[in-house]
Design a protein around this ligand. Structure first.
Ligand code: ZN
Length: 376
């Protein structure tokens, strides 16, 4: 079956569904809006014969799992888990200034690339399997995250649990520019450091310990961590009380990104061994959040090779690459599960006003996803 042709002839329907999902704006923090969009998407999955499970949430939108009930060729094999998210970084009303429209091969709109087109891909792939009564290689489940952009703990927990029981994970985040898959992603740790000094009159600073000065020294020292692809950015800082008092307290929060767990251990180790140069100052640090990197594990490398074979039989040259940003795929990959990311369409302008997908790529990626579900 030539799925490229099959979906090409359904391109109009795909755009129509994409428009419907994009026009239901869904910023991560707006539970009501996200829930409305999820309800619409869940109903679309239901039409493919999927069973929907809702995980109600108090603060963020409800999470959903769509379990596809086609007859798998190997029902005893662990299932394929597809990761998607419905939330975007755009507030409700943004669509007035950033409307959904098509220009040539480009489709614009808030969240169109990140990652509402990915949802269209999953719905159309399952719909094809359902309507053509095709048997996928494994059982299939689609997870619809409601708070990916803000990394909510609740969804991380569910993703860990679902990924742990999956045979393979396919994440429909956008492709790398040019269509490559993302097989490596940076991890991220947010660290807060606090320095406690000793207050004194600013006229006799020698009688106190200036926490701000100690902190600045330490930050300078920490900059050395930024090597081998590690980046460190101090993004929040504060301290002191009055202009005429030696600062007793100072703090900073930094975002550090890294490619592998060795680098992560080196980073955390450096904080453990930090010693305030000035005697009398106390120093402590706290990890505020930690996202694992997506590393090239053996199972993922093998899965990429298999996917490449499937793609090349469809005349699609599949490449791979790495990216600095994180995604839910990192959670699955860090559990040792074979994971592919960037299976969404090609496009440009993630989190930017020129956000768009390439329509031809949406068609091609949907065809590829359908074949992967049939063969992997
Ligand atoms: Zn995304």
């Amino acid at each position: 079956m030539d799925f490229n042709l099959y979906f090409k002839s359904r391109q109009g329907e795909m755009v129509h569904l994409l428009k419907n999902i994009v026009s239901r704006e869904s910023p991560s923090q707006d539970k009501k809006a996200v829930d409305a969009c999820s309800a619409f998407v869940a109903a679309e999955f239901k039409k493919t014969g999927a069973k929907i499970t809702r995980f109600p949430q108090k603060k963020v939108g409800d999470l959903h799992l769509a379990e596809f009930h086609g007859h798998a060729k190997s029902p005893a094999e662990k299932r394929a888990l597809i990761l998607t998210h419905i939330d975007t970084v755009w507030p409700v009303g943004k669509i007035e200034k950033m409307p959904f429209y098509i220009s040539g091969d480009k489709v614009y709109g808030p969240g169109v690339l990140d990652m509402k087109a990915g949802l269209v891909e999953a719905i159309f792939a399952l719909r094809a399997l359902h309507q053509l009564s095709l048997r996928p290689a494994r059982r299939i489940a689609v997870f619809i995250n409601s708070a990916e952009e803000i990394g909510a703990d609740a969804s991380r927990e569910v993703i860990s649990r679902l990924s742990g029981g999956a045979g393979l994970v396919l994440c429909l985040e956008p492709a790398l520019p040019g269509g490559g898959l993302k097989t490596q992603r940076k991890g991220r740790v947010v660290i807060r450091v606090e320095v406690k000094g000793k207050a004194a009159h600013a006229g006799t600073p020698g009688k106190g310990v200036n926490a701000i000065e100690v902190l600045v020294d330490q930050l300078h020292h920490l900059k050395k961590l930024a090597s081998g692809g590690v980046t460190l950015s101090v993004d929040l800082i504060g301290g002191g009380e009055k202009a005429n008092v030696v600062a007793e307290e100072a703090w900073a929060v930094m975002d550090i990104r890294f490619w592998n767990s060795l680098q992560k251990d080196r980073i955390i180790g450096a904080f453990r061994h930090l010693k305030p140069g000035t005697s009398g100052a106390k120093f402590k640090f706290q990890v505020e959040s930690l996202t694992p990197p997506m590393e090239k594990t053996k199972p993922s490398v093998r899965l990429f090779q298999q996917a490449k074979k499937v793609a090349s039989a469809m005349a699609i040259p599949l490449t791979e690459g790495r990216t600095g940003g994180g995604s839910d795929a990192s959670i699955a990959s860090s559990l040792g599960v074979a994971t592919l990311d960037g299976l969404g369409p090609d496009g440009n302008g993630i989190h930017a006003e020129n956000e768009h997908i390439l329509l031809s790529s949406l068609v091609q990626r949907t065809a590829l996803l359908t074949e992967l579900l049939l063969q992997l």
